[in-house]
Write a protein that binds this ligand. Structure first.
Ligand SMILES: [Zn+2]
Length: 260
């Protein structure tokens, strides 16, 4: 038996500075560099690995850091801290944003991969897969993998759908495409290996407003907190599925005035 607590991060900003990401909500998810250093300090080296390594490891309890979107701060802010602490992480990159302003370029991605960081797929264009025609959703999975593999000359085995939203057939298609891990945004601890292939990963989302004590409880796998987050996630998922993501986001913005 093995298990992991997987943390999801986005941008990391120099202290007292915000990052204007181009993806939905990126700024809302940006944390300060000092917060990230504290998070990295909470991770035990002998329990840290990438998602790819977790799939292969036969047993143990792990703490995994993941970053979504392929933002430039992955390289400029997070990577130096990870190197300094002797940690690894998994970076889910949106392939058509590679080299664009605000995002990592090809050489930065390759440099991180050469230091043991896992470079994984977050699709082609950062679109909600559940809102796409099936053929487009399939391309987001398969073509992004192919693009990243060509760019790096190494295999890509983990996939994270945008927003963590997916339909059951996508897991089967991920398997057919050669992915070995499918990273959701379902909160909780990931146990292995009851879910078949690819391994469905639960991830615990850290946002800019979260206190370090909350993040520490996540990393420590606080059962009460993980269960509470799981229930909240389930309650929020139902209207998203019923309405579709675009309509859900629109209604949410109208109701509470939340910025896109
Ligand atoms: Zn994203």
């Amino acid at each position: 038996m093995k298990s992991s607590i997987v943390i999801t991060l986005h941008g990391v900003a120099p202290d007292n500075k915000s990052i204007d990401g181009q993806d939905t909500g990126a700024a809302k998810y940006t944390i300060a560099r000092s917060t990230f250093i504290e998070i990295a300090s909470l991770i035990k080296n002998n329990q840290n690995c990438t998602i790819e390594e977790f799939v292969d490891n036969p047993s143990g309890t792990y703490s995994i850091l993941t970053f979504d979107d392929g933002l430039i701060s992955d390289y400029e802010e997070a990577f130096p801290v990870l190197l300094d602490k002797g940690l690894k992480a998994t970076f889910f990159v949106t392939t058509e944003n590679i080299g664009k302003s605000g995002y990592m370029n090809r050489s930065q991605i390759n440099e991180m991969a050469s230091h043991g960081m896992e470079i994984a797929s977050h699709g082609l264009q950062h679109r909600y897969l559940v809102d796409l025609p099936e053929s487009d959703a399939r391309r987001e999975l398969a073509d992004s993998k192919e693009n990243l593999q060509q760019l790096m000359g190494r295999s890509v085995t983990s996939f994270a759908p945008v927003g963590g939203h997916y339909l059951p057939w996508m897991i089967g298609f991920a398997n057919d495409s050669g992915y070995r891990a499918f990273a959701t945004m379902i909160p909780g601890r990931t146990f292995c290996c009851h879910t078949g292939s690819p391994l469905v990963i639960r991830r615990n989302h850290v946002q800019s407003h979260h206190q370090l004590s909350y993040i520490s409880s996540l990393i420590n796998g606080d059962k009460y907190l993980l269960t509470k987050n799981r229930i909240r996630y389930t309650l929020l998922t139902i209207p998203k599925l019923l309405l579709g993501m675009d309509a859900y986001d629109r209604i949410k913005r109208n109701l509470i005035g939340e910025s896109h």
